[in-house]
Design a protein around this ligand. Structure first.
Ligand code: YH5
Length: 382
């Protein structure tokens, strides 16, 4: 079992890192996260004057950095102005300067289009569940038609992506065979992609990925980051589809029993970094990947809050960041609201994501989220 690390605060940036670098890779030990994020004309002016660095090409910039060092059993954080971090990394020697430089390059560069969608502004992914309605016995056609109608409703509300899933990953949900999952999602994908929608398929099974892409899905959304099925990496690579890599600890049925991390934001970062490396080694170009910390998947409320507070860290992987908070349990725990009454809390969490540069929001309530995004963009001039 992982034992958790206590985060210590240091008033100064860590010195003597050249030995850490000399022992091997700085990856997994040194992290640079944006802090002091600013927007609008201030963001651009601070970049021009060398006081800030652009964040993922999206109209925000950051004027400070949180530098985190994991050294043996210690986890130390120092926060410093952006320009001091540049000077410090140079003073630490060439390995540190090169590593910090590579993180800043990934943090700053504009993301190319993902599945044809502009990553320079927030995109909204609407959730379409194709699971049997426990309150009706209208049969399979009924479930298919209901899901297609729901997808059309989300498209009319302005959804940029429709995420279609046929397996419930809630604890205690019935497991479904990949054949059953295919029979649920394929007719819905065919219909909605046929009407011009950008469709993602929410699945962990390679055979479902293959059938979904064949039916017109442009994106594979896998809660196991292509680790859950031995065929999925090959199928996803060959498919040409864009891929969403999500972090989960454990398995859906049991993941909420007793999740543990040394420090959740960094453990999730290391996992995603490794899954991105596996995908790149399988020949998948970076332009086909995005990453997601997997809010609620093997995480306590405290873990979710730690990850959300440091969401902008994940931009250092150089890829678009997807955030799924809609109606999740942590919103219920913070507010006392049951799932059907979590819209306001979901919007609040989504806006915290936008303020840290999240590019894609996965949501149930598309019309309301699009209104929140429009007002956010107006206020942030983004
Ligand atoms: C996600 O975050 N989530 S399915 C429990 C809820 C409410 C909603 C108890 N697939 C994600 O939406 N794919 C799911 O209240 C996902 N990211 C990605 N990439 C779980 C879900 C939910 C669970």
């Amino acid at each position: 079992m992982t034992s958790s690390l206590v985060l210590e605060t240091s008033p100064a940036l860590p010195r003597g890192l050249s030995h850490v670098a000399a022992k091997g890779s700085l990856a997994g030990r040194l992290y640079v996260a944006p802090a002091g994020i600013v927007a609008g004309k201030t963001a651009a002016a601070a970049v021009t004057s060398g006081q800030a660095w652009g964040l993922a090409g999206g109209g925000l910039s950051f004027s400070a950095c949180s530098v985190l060092l994991r050294d043996g059993g210690q986890l130390i954080e120092a926060v410093a102005p952006f320009s001091d971090v540049l000077d410090w990394s140079e003073a630490e020697g060439p390995e540190v300067a090169r590593y910090v430089g590579s993180l800043l390059t990934k943090l700053g560069k504009a993301r190319p289009a993902f599945a044809g969608l502009d990553m320079g502004r927030p995109q909204v992914m609407g959730i379409v569940n194709v699971t049997p309605d426990s309150f009706s016995d209208g049969g399979k056609f009924f479930d298919t038609d209901r899901a297609i109608a729901h997808g059309q409703h989300l498209l009319a509300a302005g959804a940029d992506i429709l995420d279609i899933g046929g397996e419930s990953t809630r604890p205690g949900a019935d497991t479904v065979s990949p054949e059953e999952e295919i029979s649920r999602v394929v007719p819905v994908i065919r219909a909605l992609a046929g009407q011009g929608a950008t469709v993602s398929v929410d699945t962990r099974h390679a055979s479902v990925m293959g059938a979904a892409v064949e039916a017109g899905a442009a994106i594979i959304n896998d809660i196991t980051a292509l680790s859950g099925d031995p065929q999925s990496l090959t199928v996803a690579a060959k498919s040409g589809a864009a891929i969403m890599l999500m972090h989960m600890q454990g398995e859906p049925g049991t993941m909420q029993k007793d999740p543990h991390y040394a420090f959740a934001p960094l453990d999730v970062y290391d996992y995603l970094e490794e899954r991105v490396a596996v995908c790149r080694a399988a020949g998948i170009p970076a332009s086909r990947l995005c990453i997601d910390p997997g809010i609620g998947f093997g995480k306590t409320v405290e873990h979710n809050l730690q990850i959300l507070a440091r969401l902008s860290l994940y931009h250092a992987l150089g890829l678009p960041v997807l955030l799924g908070v809609s109606r999740k349990t942590f919103i219920g725990k913070l507010s006392g609201a049951p799932p059907s009454e979590r819209l306001a809390g979901s919007l609040s969490a989504a806006l915290v994501g936008l303020d840290q540069g999240a590019q894609i929001l996965r949501v149930h309530d598309v019309a309301e989220t699009i209104q929140a995004v429009a007002v956010w963009r107006g206020m942030r001039r983004a």
